[in-house]
Design a protein around this ligand. Structure first.
Ligand code: PGA
Length: 254
């Protein structure tokens, strides 16, 4: 297999100081230039600028974990897409399950953000996925379908190349319980089918669909063996440079 693999990191609200953030990126930089995989790192807002200085001459892309739904104005505490863009971010995570559950983000709000990110010329990583209860009821594809329908409302086919989809079953995030590669592949192939149905087969083929949820160096190989999985979105293991360096240097054996 020689598909382009994306390894994206979501640092969430970590690490706890600028010094630790600098140390982490330095350790990652040492091995990032040995890989052809595409690396995207989404640090907290506060560390984006210093990180951008470290990665200037590297192959690492910078992302943000969120953005606001307005371009500018009196919105105390919020961060606009143009601010993020001016710091060198080319990706924005949208609709992460922690934003959905802890901060009550709806599909409608996520759709607004996706439209804005695209209009501002950046790329989105749209996170979707069912919770434990929904999974146990066998509703994983149904939930993904609803989230895709509402989050991609009014997004036209020319813009789909600016969107990466990350399937992250909520029950697998930060729990150590990853979906088996077979479960993930089943949902990923459904997502690709959904895209081909709504847009076109050609677009569906090109769509990058990442898996996220307790990815680590021990399970990445089996996950990325699956045809419809183009990469991974990593939380916990991206904060440990030994583990993350193994992930970014992932290679197919054949
Ligand atoms: P995890 O997080 O790898 O710690 O499960 C993934 C994510 O939330 O994107």
């Amino acid at each position: 297999m020689n598909k382009q693999i994306i390894i994206a990191a979501n640092w969430k609200m970590n690490p706890s100081s600028l010094q630790e953030s600098n140390e982490l990126i330095n350790n990652i930089l040492e091995s990032s230039n040995q890989t052809n995989n595409k690396i995207i790192i989404c640090p907290p807002f506060t560390f984006i600028y210093p990180l951008s200085q470290y990665i200037k001459n590297s192959n690492i892309y910078l992302g943000a974990q969120d953005c606001y739904t307005k371009i500018s104005g009196a919105f105390t505490g919020e961060t606009s897409i143009s601010m993020l863009s001016s710091l060198g971010c080319s990706y924005i995570l949208v609709g992460h399950s922690e934003r959905r559950t802890i901060f009550n983000e709806t599909n409608k709000k996520i759709n607004k953000k996706i439209n804005l990110v695209i209009n501002e010329g950046l790329n989105c990583i749209l996170c979707i996925g069912e919770n434990k209860n929904e999974y146990e009821k066998g509703m994983n594809k149904e939930i993904c379908s609803i989230q895709l329908t509402e989050c991609l409302l009014n997004i036209n086919e020319n813009d789909l190349d600016k969107i990466i989809i990350a399937y992250e079953p909520v029950w697998a995030i930060g729990t150590g319980l990853n979906a088996t590669p077979e479960i993930a592949e089943d949902v990923h192939s459904y997502i690709r089918y959904w895209i081909s149905n709504k847009y076109s087969e050609d677009i569906a083929k090109k769509m990058c669909i990442l898996y996220g949820g307790s990815v680590n160096p021990d399970n990445i190989n089996n996950i990325l063996q699956k045809d419809n999985i183009n990469g991974v979105l990593v939380g916990g293991a991206s904060l440990d440079s030994n583990k993350f360096n193994k992930l970014i240097n992932f290679k197919y054996n054949n």
